[in-house]
Design a binder for this molecule. Structure first.
Ligand code: AKB
Length: 316
């Protein structure tokens, strides 16, 4: 069957890469990019585009009627750092945007829905090392508890309406093609740009703050593997833990300094993102993803740093 894929929030860090990868697989006209803003440069000329505001259900209904998508990726969201500045908007967008899409997917009999969750669903009382799939979860950011509530809705729509909704708890994502959009893990992208431009960087997280991270190539591959997996193999309908690699700003800076001699890192005091990072896991147990859909990581820290610097050099 030929797919018709709607990507909502296509302008973001994941969306721009996902849209172009999906277009490479399914053909440009089979993948409808959509966003509340003008299409980002990276996706502007690569296929069809619709303006979509996930909070406007009539607008969404019109887009579903027009394109009758067989798959929907809902990527529109407010991330952790921006969410703390605009808590009500973050809750509204992250929650009601999801419920609108789940409702329309049921109404239009959309075959599959992908929705991203995050390591932000964990909180200060969750185990910090090798955080398991199931454990205490007491997120203390609006972003984190909107994602946790969203996971519950996804599982509920699967159980109640048979909607084939699939999800991953992404770690911090690092890529060279698009900028991250207001998260706590963004330092791990900014550092590469500043290393190449100025040879120095002030990290807003302290030197020993370990967080789970993943290279974008792995994240896109994981997303497509989960979406391609046979439904009967999937045992988790809330959201799968996904680990990637774990490192601190100091460890990342040391890897960069090996390739850019003289690179200098300093650390800011009292950034509000520090307490968010301190409430999140340091590493994640993603063994269920390996069992259910054969997940295997390809990029470790040195390989990711090599690839980032090689590619970014050509764009800066
Ligand atoms: C953020 O930092 O808010 C995101 C995330 C880990 O979900 N990158």
């Amino acid at each position: 069957m030929s797919e018709k894929i709607l990507v909502i929030g296509a302008n973001g860090q994941i969306g721009t890469e996902l849209v172009n990868t999906l277009r490479g697989i399914h053909g440009r006209d089979q993948v409808i990019a959509s966003d509340i803003n003008e299409p980002a440069y990276a996706i502007r000329n690569s296929g069809p585009f619709e303006f979509v505001n996930v909070l406007d259900k009539d607008n969404l209904h019109h887009v579903f009627t027009k394109h009758q998508p067989t798959q929907v990726y809902l990527l529109a969201a407010i991330l952790s750092a921006v969410g703390e500045k605009k808590p009500k908007l973050a809750w509204d967008l992250n929650m009601n945007g999801l419920i609108h899409v789940l409702d329309l997917a049921v109404e239009f009999k959309t075959a599959k829905v992908f929705w991203p969750s995050s390591i932000a669903v964990f909180g200060p009382h969750s185990p910090q090392h090798q955080t398991p799939q199931y454990c205490v979860m007491d997120p203390n950011t609006v972003y984190g508890f909107s994602k946790l509530a969203g996971e519950r809705w996804c599982e509920y729509y699967f159980a109640k309406y048979g909607l084939d909704v699939r999800s991953i708890r992404y770690p911090g994502l690092i890529g060279w093609k698009a900028a991250p959009g207001g998260g706590t893990t963004d330092y791990a992208v900014h550092i590469f740009h500043e290393a190449l431009k100025t040879g120095k960087y002030e990290s807003f997280l302290s030197e020993n703050t370990a967080l789970p991270m993943m290279y974008m190539d792995d994240a896109i591959r994981a997303t497509l593997s989960l979406m391609d997996a046979p439904a009967e193999r999937l045992t988790i309908r809330s959201s799968y833990n996904l680990a990637g690699m774990s490192f601190t700003p100091k460890q990342l800076a040391a890897e960069i300094a090996e390739r850019i001699p003289g690179f200098d890192i300093s650390y800011a005091d009292n950034d509000p993102r520090q307490s968010i990072a301190d409430s999140w896991p340091k590493s994640i147990d993603d063994s269920q993803a390996a069992i259910d859909w054969d997940w295997k990581l390809e990029y470790d820290l040195p390989k990711m740093v090599d690839d980032m610097l090689t590619n970014l050099k050509q764009t800066i």
